[in-house]
Design a protein. Structure first.
Length: 548
């Protein structure tokens, strides 16, 4: 169809009609070309900008599409359809908090639109907020009982939370309506894996993968689950190949997010060098009231490296009546960005004055409270493995805090990080190759060791294998370090696991209680790990693990 309008220059209404006809026919390229001509002629209308944005989306140019949709919204701020389009772009760009905010605005304008609630649920789930995601999807289903994507996502969330019966029921309901739905099949695969039905899960996943209907991200998830199904059958060569393919897909999917950023490991090497250049005496800080503004009995940071047992220890501690634990919510991101990303920032932190320290500490406790934590009169445990990278900040703001440092055989840790299904961010992107995971482990352990030697903090090394083999003795020792009496209720931690947000990759396993199956797994993958084992040798020796 020509962009010429009979009788001369088109009116805005005529131009919009032409473009909308092309969009209705799914001819997005032609719609965008026509819209560009009309825009160049000085016509302005949200539909023209939206047509261009729709075409940009289909070219994978989400940043450009977002800009075009935002320009359209500026002309029509009350259009919830545009808000949905903006939210979807932000979700694909992993600007998840912004996406949730945009979907909330769309819901305010049109609260009965089921798809908006479902899309909000997706963004929340990608950010690890499973409870909120579950509520959003449930609301979508309430508004539209045939919204298969919302039902499928509910099935997947319920499977992650360990409610396998409800997960199966919802997934099977979806497959009656949409037999090829990848999310529902992934949920059923999780159910089958939980029941040790590895062959059934393998057959399901291979069929879904062969169907070719999965998104890039969905394909990566299915391949990772296939790796678990093959591992359960002790087919380690095939399992490793599936994990490798899954991670390659994730690297391709997420690569554009990080391609213009400096590599994580070189950046951490630079931070380590800058930290070591600061005079050690500057890290000693006067602390007149270490728990000011918190009301806590004691303040504990549970650190280490992902997959080192921090989740199981955190939940065991949280089962103690005198302890409250915050699970992997970063309450120190802002000051860490200010002080721990440059040599000048570290020097400034080392010389931080009392007033600034008090302000940063008050802001931290306010963030803790926003996460629903009421720590007054309790031992407060802030559990986040990557807070290891914030040890200089912890020393300056909380010099009397206790540091619980969890370790596990480094070879098992690196293999597990490579195999497990994390939400990918700038740091966890390194887990998508064994080499990247090993390099990251090495630099973070070197950083932690430098901090242990130079910072006036009270460290306790907690060995995950000891917790698994002798839970009572291990947790008694931790309680002694924290200055509280041991409580037998700590043994019941698995009963509390149903309330875990599942932010941690350990959440599903944790619901089974103490599990020793993950110990020594690296030996089954010794051949595949051959290239990274030498880099881990020093930490195997440092932490006292057997070389074989």
């Amino acid at each position: 169809m020509s962009t010429q309008i009979e009788g001369g220059a088109p009116s805005t209404a005529e131009a919009v009609s032409v473009v909308r006809q092309a969009v209705a026919m799914s001819d997005f390229g032609r719609a965008a070309a026509q819209a560009d001509v009309f825009l160049a002629q000085g016509l302005i209308h949200p539909a023209l900008l939206s047509a261009r944005a729709l075409w940009l989306e289909r070219q994978g140019r989400d940043e450009d599409a977002l800009t075009a949709f935002q320009q359209a919204r500026a002309l029509s701020p009350g259009d919830s359809t545009l808000l949905n389009a903006i939210g979807l772009c932000l979700t694909r760009l992993f600007r998840l908090d912004e996406a949730v905010g945009v979907f909330d605005e769309a819901i305010r304008i049109n609260p009965s639109h089921a798809a908006t609630h479902q899309r909000k649920g997706v963004a929340l789930g990608m950010g690890g907020h499973l409870d909120a995601a579950q509520r959003a999807h449930a609301r979508a289903v309430q508004l539209d009982p045939r919204n298969v994507e919302a039902i499928a996502n509910l099935a997947a969330i319920l499977a992650k939370k360990g409610d396998m019966g409800a997960a199966r029921a919802r997934a099977e309901r979806v497959l009656k309506l949409d037999p090829a739905n990848g999310t529902a099949h992934a949920a059923l695969a999780l159910v089958e894996l939980s029941a040790l039905q590895f062959s059934d899960a393998e057959q399901r996943l291979r069929k879904v993968l062969a169907g070719g209907a999965l998104s890039d991200h969905g394909r990566a998830v299915a391949l990772g689950l296939l790796g678990d199904a093959l591992d359960g059958q002790d087919r380690t060569d095939d399992a490793f190949a599936a994990y490798t393919e899954a991670n390659a897909a994730l690297r391709s999917f997420h690569g554009s997010r990080f391609q213009y950023e400096p590599g994580t490991v070189p950046r951490l090497e630079s931070v380590l060098s800058s930290f070591e250049a600061v005079e050690s005496s500057k890290w000693t800080a006067r602390d007149d009231d270490p728990n000011a503004g918190s009301g806590t009995v004691a303040h504990v940071f549970l650190l280490g490296f992902p997959r080192s047992g921090t989740t199981i220890l955190g939940q065991a501690l949280n089962s103690h009546p005198e302890i409250v634990t915050l699970e992997e919510r970063d309450c120190l991101a802002e000051p860490a960005e200010r002080y721990l990303t440059s040599a000048s920032g570290l020097e400034y932190l080392a010389n931080l004055g009392d007033h600034e320290r008090a302000a940063e500490r008050a802001a931290y406790w306010e963030r803790v409270r926003r996460h629903g934590i009421r720590a007054e009169g309790k031992v407060f445990v802030d559990k986040h493995p990557f807070n290891t990278l914030k040890l200089p900040l912890l020393a300056k703001l909380f010099p009397r805090a206790k540091i619980l440092f969890a370790v596990r055989d480094p070879r098992d840790v690196v293999l597990s990080c490579f195999r497990r299904h994390f939400d990918v961010d700038r740091i966890k992107y390194e887990f998508l190759t064994l080499e990247g995971a090993a390099r990251l482990y090495d630099v973070i352990m070197r950083f932690s060791e430098a901090c242990r030697l130079r910072l006036p903090l009270d460290f306790y090394l907690h060995r995950h294998e000891h917790l698994v083999s002798d839970f009572d003795t291990s947790t008694r020792s931790v309680c002694d370090f924290l200055g509280i009496s041991w409580n037998a209720g700590m043994r019941e931690f698995a009963n509390r696991a149903a309330v875990i947000n599942a932010q941690s990759a350990s959440a599903t396993q944790l619901r089974g209680g103490l599990y020793g199956e993950g110990l020594g797994q690296w030996r089954r993958y010794r051949a595949q790990m051959a290239n990274v084992l030498p880099q881990l040798e020093c930490w195997v020796e440092q932490f006292g693990y057997s070389p074989e």
